[in-house]
Design a protein around this ligand. Structure first.
Ligand code: CU
Length: 271
């Protein structure tokens, strides 16, 4: 009864979230990266994104400790404040008030404690700063890239240029969004483009980002990339794709009325 009336319907509802229908019409188990209602980061495709996720988890550890400490201090404060203005109604209450008075007495004008709560946060900041700077500078590291390409922002599409001397001839193409009536099964609305950029895995890639008109931002969360595209200026960013896949991003700088229709689709392939 319980199983048929309650558990099975709930299970079927949940199954809907954990499966998706592929083009063959069959339900297939989802991989964690396909999770429709995910709230965390996308699966990383580059070492930089792995580092960013690790740093995030590291910082959240301290964040939880500080949160618990502050909540504990606040409850103690409210508790003691309450007892300060309470006239004892019984012997039991007066014992409690005395206990709290005695336990709080040492907290005011306590110079060693004050030194502690000055030095403690400074130490925590240093603990957060060291891995953060290490990651920041490693992201800027220039490793001789095999492929260099240029991503140029336009109102409102991206164009890509492979005009490196490594290539026999220049490859220049525009990458426009696919509108709803152009989408095929498996493509994403406002994320899929007609000409995705195809890049090799397992090699160092340099992206040079600029803009033709206004500020745009070239961003792919799975690759840990978000870099401004400024007119008249070249910004460079490095990536080392570790796995095959299709990675999506969007322009991340408010650039005009059609800011939402200039996504980025990157296909990482094994060459
Ligand atoms: Cu833009």
């Amino acid at each position: 009864m319980l199983r048929r009336k309650i558990l099975l319907p709930i299970g079927n509802k949940l199954k809907h979230y954990f499966t998706y229908v592929k083009s063959d019409g069959q339900d297939h188990p989802m991989s964690p990266s396909d999770f429709t209602y995910g709230v965390s980061f996308q699966d990383p495709a580059t070492p930089v994104m792995e580092g960013l996720i690790d740093l995030h988890n590291y910082i959240v550890f301290y964040l939880i400790l500080i949160f618990l400490l502050v909540i504990w201090l606040l409850t103690q404060l409210i508790h003691n404040y309450f007892f300060t203005f309470t006239y004892p109604k019984s012997r039991y209450e007066s014992t409690w008030i005395r206990f709290h008075y005695n336990s709080m007495r040492n907290i005011t004008h306590f110079s060693r404690l004050e030194m502690g709560w000055t030095v403690g946060p400074a130490l925590i900041l240093a603990l957060l700063g060291v891995p953060s700077f290490a990651l920041l500078y490693s992201m800027d590291e220039v490793l001789t890239p095999l492929v260099t390409f240029k991503a140029v922002g336009h109102q409102w599409y991206w164009s890509y240029e492979f005009s490196d001397s490594n290539f026999e001839s220049e490859i220049i193409f525009d990458s426009n969004v696919l509108f709803e009536d152009q989408l095929k099964q498996g493509e994403y609305r406002l994320l899929s483009v007609d000409n995705p950029i195809v890049l090799p895995i397992g090699t160092h890639i340099r992206t040079v980002v600029t803009s033709m008109d206004v500020l745009h931002s070239w961003a792919i969360p799975a690759c840990g990339i978000k870099i401004d595209a400024c007119p008249g200026r070249l910004n460079q960013v490095f990536m080392f794709l570790q796995r095959e896949g299709t990675f999506y991003g969007q322009c991340s700088e408010l650039c005009g009325v059609s800011h939402s229709i200039m996504p980025i689709t990157l296909k990482a392939v094994l060459l």
